[in-house]
Design a protein around this ligand. Sequence first.
Ligand code: GLY
Length: 374
Amino acid sequence: MPIHPETFPPFVQDALAYCIVLTRRNLATLTSFPEFAKCGAWFCADDGGWVGGHWTGLLWLAYAHTRDHTFERAARAWTARLAPRQHDTTTHDLGFLFELSHILGWKLTGDAAFKAPALQAARTLSRRFNAQGKFFQAWGPLEGTPRERGRAIIDTLMNLDLLFWASKETGEPRFADSAIAHARTALQRHARADWSTSHVADFDPETGAFIRQDTAQGLSATSCWSRGQAWAVYGFAECYRETGDATFLDAARNLAKYCLRRLPPDRVPYWDYDSPLIPNDVRDSSAAAILASGLLLLAKLEADSARAARWRAEAIATLESLWNNYSSRGTPEPCVLLRGTRSKPEGSLDHGLIYGDYNFVEALTRLTKPEIEL
Ligand code: GLY
């Protein structure tokens, strides 16, 4: 069946062209994985940290848009640099790392050699599943402190897709089963009655008993960290795509409505929806970009055309505001989007973020190349 791309406003192609120019320029200078940008420079993570996939993802998408083999060669080389992380037992972020490097590379080139490291990453990630509490341990080593072993975070929803993919590739249901179990736990323990979410959920790692909601990157245990909320919209939309379970669709819709109710007029959230300093607090442009990409995924999954049109219109309006009000055009910054907030509690704020840039380009790609499975 031919795909008929819907129309999109003219800023989309301008923004994409700018992102590709910047990616080409960054490729010429970077020697390590970019994480955040300020004062005209990238601050990098040698082993990719949790963000290496966003840089490889930008390279792969630049290749998809241009078919310039310089980008393909670079994407392959940087993807290979992440391969050793397939054995990394210290992080839940193997989904971010391998989906946007190896799996995206496989989707765009058909090169099956990308699959084995991603499958091993899924096996490694599986080791973090706490069967009693039915959640994936977010941070710290497998044999970490009880506090580390009992912590789940909202961001993990974005790492589940690697497990769904591994089940499809291997025919082994255990990967998807643990992903579904985690998503159900997340819905029960992070989401609140008003459809805001907590960043952290703490459990007793031995019994699996839920202890409390908490935060690390948000304002408080009872507030709503805007990037976490965006991960939740996107992550539950992915869970619905992979399972067809209407509970996850309902969650994604309601979490999205929470964001849309609370966005400021320019549609780019403050770093935490509950900051008492609003409107004099910092934004997180990455949260807006992630939300836009998640909304476009939701739009694609909706059977109801009126709902799909609403999510799409909301996403496009957010992308347009990012482009008009937050892009680095005319500045010396090497990132596409200004004014992200990595972690305000750690004093890391008001800078570019590679995952803001990636999700911005991903959302633009969803609009212009809907045939790419993202
Ligand atoms: N996943 C980590 C973050 O969003 O900061």
